[in-house]
Structure formats: structure tokens, C-alpha cells
Ligand binder design. Structure first.
Ligand SMILES: Nc1ncnc2c1ncn2[C@@H]1O[C@H](COP(=O)(O)OP(=O)(O)OP(=O)(O)O)[C@@H](O)[C@H]1O
Length: 624
């Protein structure tokens, strides 16, 4: 009896107890293998995507404690990955992040990620928040995104093609502004404001202006492609009288247009001659600036026939004779000629640039001077005060900035215990330069370029206010008009074609930012190391993960600036992207530098946010 009971008991215990013990173990094992697979995916991602900031994803520590990683409360899966502003470079490889199929939040904003958004993102069937704004992502949008998405931010990338009719029923926030998208906005996304789509010049339809027939919404009814029979017949039935009337109308409009253009041209010409004040001509020789001018030419004799041309708003009261009598000290020899500090007899101090190798004629020279001189006043731009043109001499007159150039402050006397340019000053100079350059671009017109952005052309006042100088001179020389002294600042397409553009100016500006960050010169100069290709050098250092070596040793003593430096590095690298169209625009640069160091809850989590309890799951609407 007892034996029978024992037998039954042992069978029962096998039936009940074994599953009771084994099942949880099995569940645990499955859970741990899921977490292990998440770990593998993250490691594969980190191994194939270079990054400026170290991630500290050690195989020995728990994946749930890794930087930027958040796990579910039972530590079974990775549910959030937040790596904003980490300096991630290059494409997001397929089969890495796409395998994190329990992810709810993916935030990779403000990096340098490029190429397509991988299609396997659609495997993340729980994804609620996708924030990849401020990268260089390109190509078409994936045709399907997880239907669980609540927040999608893809703004400030280079995405192109049409927006597919995505099935995102839960979507509450959507931003795809500032890309290269075209076509019409699908019906399902038309409920979002126009700021969600702005900055895509070829995008149309509600909430943007209506589409032409070439850009139909994937979900809107097709437009009639051919005229209706009634319109066709009415066209065919136009009487000869009507046709003659239309022809006469067109002819009148054309004549009026021609008249209008003629009047405009005459007006412009008279404005130009009124826009300048010509200085009184005197005829006297001898003076030290004149000696510099006279050496090789009959400049002084020519001067008698020519005039010093001042621009409006200039308060100088001297003439060519005064200038020629001024004492002169050479400031330096540049790509366009020699710059002198000239002290006039009444004590007025100016800088005179003697331009050589001008290959264009007088009229073209004057036209270019008019464009430069008429750029309106701006606190960050050094205005051209006057110019002089004769057969043998070409002179430009500027205000003197006694405190010298950024190049001087950054590179001179490094070894001799000087007071280094601190981080705050560097940010102020970067911002001033960006503002000055943006103003020059706007005022000069879309074809007008600075053409010679480099640290010796960024003058810095006592108060660290920036004055951008030496702009618009490249067209005075014939093709290829690339200043010799700007080797390390030249954009790849400028080297190739010899033509500067506003985009090649952005590239040079990016190199200037790298110069501010690294303290290394982009042109060979006395007392500085010869690193001529700063973008390439920085990229190689970042790739090898020697991040700390990128930054100027002089900056290392300032506390709590690492975040700002990394962010500035990102701005710089987004200016020196190889493809001109993918470079930042100066207005965006200004905004980004202005935002530097501001607590940016919308765009940047603070370090406290990053170290939050890994089990804390916040609403995706709050955690972009
Ligand atoms: N208005 C100014 N006030 C004070 N220093 C100036 C002024 N303009 C130029 N300089 C300084 O004079 C030196 C020579 O200037 P210059 O513009 O001729 O040559 P560069 O800047 O070295 O090269 P590039 O001619 O290619 O621009 C530079 O160190 C420059 O910073």
C-alpha cells in the first residue's frame, strides 16, 4: 500500500514538480538568450560605426549598464538606445540595430550617420520613438516603418525621393523638415503642421502649397491628364479675330517688358555712379607708401590720372596724395599682394593692400569693388573703405585692427607661455565669423563668395569681436583663382574645378572650426605643425578612437567643456562633408553654435538624463 502510494507520489511529482522547476529555468534561458542577442547586435553596431565619444560597452559588464542603453524592468531585453551627439560616423549597417526587436526608443540624433535608413528598422515592431534628426542620412525613406511609432523625427538630413504613404496610426509627432524630399505629402501625414515638412523645396500639398500635376500624392485621386472634350473643342474653335487679338496682346506685353528692362539698366548705372564719393585729386609725390607703390612702376604718374574711390558711409578724410605720403610698415605678404599698415600725417591709421597680378580689366575691377564696397555694414565684417585703380597699381584701403588676426592669437608664441585663447573666446570668435560670413553671402548675392576664409583673414578686436576681411578678391585674378595661402582650407570641388562657391566657403569655415578646436594650423606657418588636411586628420584620429588627441592641449585645463567641444566638432565635420550639397548652411551653423552649451531639453539630454535608472520608461513624447 505504502509502496503504491510512493509510486503514485513519485509519478505525480514528476508530472507537477518537474515542469514547475524547469519551465521558469527555460523562460530564464530564453530571456537571457534574447538579451544576449541584443548585446551581440549592439556590439556589431559599435564595431562597424566609428564614434568620437567612447561608449564603454565592455563585454564583461551587463548590457543594461552600458552607456545609452536602457533595459526593461526585468532586464530581459534592451528597450531603448539613446546615443545623441556621440560622433557616430557613416552608415547604419543592416542586421545590427534592426535586430533589436524589443526597442521602444531609438535616438541617434546629432551625429554623422550617412546613407540609407536600413530597411530592417521595420522589424522593430514595438518602436515608439525614432529620433535621427541632424545626421547625413540620404536615399529614400523605407517603404514601411513600424506601425507602433508615436514620434518620428528625421529632420536635417539629406533624405530624397517621395514620402511613402506610411501606415502609422499612432503617430503624434512627425518631423521631416530640411531634407531633399519631393512630391506630394501623403494624406495620412497632412494633419501635421507645415513646420514638419518645411525646408524640402520640392515637397508640396497640404499643409504646404498645392502640387502641380507632376507631384501627385500617392493616395490622392489622379488628375485629368488630357483636356476634356469641351475644352479641346473650344480651343479648336477659336476664331481668327481672337487669335489676332491674342498675338497683338503678347506683342504689347513683350514691348513693355523690353522698355522696363531698359529703364532698370539705366537706373542701376546712375545709382552706381552716385554710390561712391570720389576723392579730390592732387599731384604731389614722395611718401613711404608711395615708395612701396612706386618701385616697380609708374604708379605715381598714373595716380595723377586716377582717383581714390571712397565708399559711402566712410568717415576718412584723406586723398591719394595723403595716402602716398603715409609711413608704411609691412604687415605681411598674402596671396593677392602685400598688406601695409599706413600711418597718415594726421595720425590716421589704415591698412593698404597692394594687389598684384590682377588679370581683369578696369571696368570689371571696378564692378567687383562696387559689390564688395556696397556690402552693408555688419559688426562682423570689415568693410572695404576705398580703392584705387591705375594701369600699374591697385590698392585697397581698410580699417586697421590693431589686435591682429585669429591665426596670430591661435598659433603665435605657443611655446613662450602666452595666455591661451580660452574656450569661451573661441566660441565667440566662431560665432562672429559665422555671422560675418552669412552676411557676406546674403549681401553679395547667391554667386558671391568670400573665397578665402582662413584664420589670417579673421581679425579679432580687443573685445574678441570678429571682423571677417579679404572677401571677394578671387575674381580679380584669372582662373584658377585659388589663393595660394589657403591650401588646407580648399574644398575638394574647389581643388578640382578652381571655382569657389558659397558651399566651398562653408567647407573653409569648417576647417577654421577644426583649427579652433585642435589648435593646429591648416596652412604651413612658422611655429606650428604642418597638418594641411585637418578634416582628414581629425577623421583618422576619431576612427582610431584617440578622441582626446583631437582637441587642443591648451583647452584641456578648462573644466566641463567636453560636451561643447564634441558638439562643435560635429558642426565642423558637417561643414567639411565631401559633397557640397550635404554641407550645413551658414544660418544653420549660426543656430547650432548659438545653441552650444544651452541646456537643450528638446534636442539634447543632460548627463543626468543619460544616467537615469535603466528601468525607467518615460513617455516617448517626452524623451525625443
Ligand atoms: N585690416 C587689418 N588690420 C590688421 N591686420 C591685418 C588687416 N588686414 C590684414 N591684416 C594682417 O596682415 C597680414 C597680411 O595680410 P594679407 O591679407 O595680405 O595676407 P594673408 O591674410 O596672409 O593672405 P591672403 O592675402 O591670402 O588673404 C595678415 O597677418 C593679416 O592678418
Amino acid at each position: 500500500m505504502m509502496d503504491q502510494f510512493n509510486l503514485r507520489y513519485s509519478r505525480l511529482s514528476k508530472l507537477v514538480l518537474v515542469p514547475l522547476i524547469i519551465l521558469p529555468l527555460l523562460i530564464l534561458q530564453i530571456a537571457s538568450s534574447d538579451l544576449d542577442s541584443d548585446r551581440q547586435s549592439l556590439i556589431a553596431f559599435a564595431n562597424s560605426v566609428p564614434h568620437v565619444r567612447e561608449l564603454n560597452w565592455n563585454a564583461s559588464s551587463s548590457v543594461c549598464s552600458w552607456f545609452g542603453v536602457t533595459c526593461a524592468s526585468d532586464s530581459s531585453r534592451v528597450i531603448a538606445l539613446r546615443l545623441p551627439g556621440t560622433g557616430l560616423y557613416g552608415p547604419i549597417p543592416a542586421n545590427t540595430l534592426g535586430k533589436l526587436d524589443a526597442l521602444r526608443t531609438l535616438s541617434l540624433r546629432s551625429n554623422f550617420l550617412s546613407e540609407n535608413i536600413p530597411a530592417d528598422i521595420s522589424n522593430m515592431t514595438f518602436l515608439e520613438n525614432l529620433s535621427v534628426q541632424n545626421n547625413n542620412l540620404s536615399g529614400n525613406l523605407p517603404i514601411s516603418l513600424p506601425s507602433s511609432l508615436i514620434v518620428v523625427d528625421l529632420s536635417f538630413n539629406s533624405l530624397s525621393g517621395q514620402i511613402p504613404d506610411l501606415n502609422l496610426p499612432k503617430l503624434k509627432r512627425f518631423n521631416i523638415s530640411n531634407n531633399n524630399l519631393n512630391g506630394s505629402i501623403p494624406n495620412s501625414l497632412q494633419k501635421f503642421p507645415n513646420t514638419s515638412f518645411a525646408g524640402n523645396s520640392l515637397l508640396c500639398g497640404t499643409p504646404l502649397p498645392p502640387c502641380s500635376r507632376f507631384f501627385l500624392s500617392p493616395s490622392s485621386p489622379p488628375l485629368e491628364s488630357s483636356p476634356t472634350p469641351s475644352t479641346r473643342s473650344s480651343t479648336n474653335n477659336l476664331s481668327t479675330g481672337v487669335i489676332i487679338a491674342i498675338a497683338a496682346g503678347i506683342l504689347t506685353v513683350l514691348m513693355l517688358l523690353a522698355l522696363f528692362v531698359l529703364v532698370c539698366m539705366l537706373r542701376k548705372k546712375s545709382n552706381q555712379s552716385n554710390g561712391v564719393r570720389r576723392a579730390k585729386e592732387k599731384s604731389s609725390n614722395g611718401g613711404r607708401i608711395e615708395k612701396a607703390v612706386e618701385k616697380s612702376s609708374s604708379g605715381a604718374r598714373e595716380a595723377e590720372k586716377n582717383k581714390l574711390v571712397f565708399f559711402e558711409g566712410c568717415s576718412y578724410n584723406f586723398d591719394l596724395e595723403d595716402l602716398l605720403r603715409a609711413s608704411a610698415e609691412v604687415l605681411g605678404k598674402g596671396s593677392y599682394g602685400t598688406a601695409y599698415k599706413a600711418v597718415l600725417e594726421d595720425g590716421t591709421l589704415v591698412v593698404v593692400k597692394r594687389i598684384k597680378d590682377v588679370t581683369i580689366g578696369k571696368r570689371e575691377f571696378e564692378q567687383q569693388m562696387e559689390i564688395i564696397g556696397n556690402i552693408r555694414k555688419h559688426p562682423n565684417v570689415l568693410p572695404l573703405r576705398a580703392y584705387y585703380h591705375s594701369k600699374d597699381e591697385k590698392l585697397l584701403v581698410f580699417d586697421h585692427v590693431p589686435t591682429g588676426s585669429l591665426g596670430f592669437h591661435l598659433h603665435a608664441n605657443r611655446e613662450s607661455g602666452r595666455t591661451p585663447l580660452n574656450w569661451e573666446s573661441r566660441v565667440k570668435i566662431a560665432l562672429g565669423t559665422a555671422r560675418g560670413l552669412a552676411h557676406i553671402h546674403k549681401e553679395g548675392g547667391s554667386k558671391f563668395t568670400h573665397g578665402n576664409i582662413k584664420s589670417s583673414n579673421i581679425l579679432v578686436t580687443q573685445e574678441l569681436d570678429t571682423r571677417v576681411t579679404d572677401f571677394g578678391l578671387a575674381p580679380l585674378m584669372n582662373f584658377p583663382a585659388i589663393p595660394r595661402n589657403m591650401v588646407g582650407y580648399r574644398a575638394p570641388e574647389l581643388i578640382e574645378t578652381g571655382k569657389s562657391s558659397q558651399k566651398s566657403d562653408v567647407y573653409s569655415f569648417g576647417v577654421l572650426l577644426l583649427e579652433l578646436l585642435t589648435g593646429k594650423a591648416a596652412v604651413p606657418s612658422i611655429g606650428s605643425e604642418e597638418i594641411l588636411d585637418l578634416p582628414r586628420w581629425v577623421q583618422s584620429v576619431v576612427r582610431e578612437e584617440w578622441t582626446a588627441e583631437v582637441f587642443d592641449a591648451e583647452l584641456m585645463n578648462y573644466p566641463k567643456i567636453e560636451d561643447e567641444m564634441v558638439h562643435m566638432l560635429q558642426i565642423a565635420m558637417a561643414c567639411v562633408v565631401k559633397s557640397p550639397d550635404q554641407r550645413l548652411k551658414m544660418d544653420d551653423v549660426i543656430k547650432m553654435i548659438t545653441d552650444l552649451g544651452q541646456p537643450d531639453s528638446e534636442n539634447r539630454p543632460s548627463s543626468e538624463d543619460r544616467s537615469k535608472d535603466s528601468t525607467l520608461v518615460t513617455s516617448p513624447l517626452e524623451e525625443t
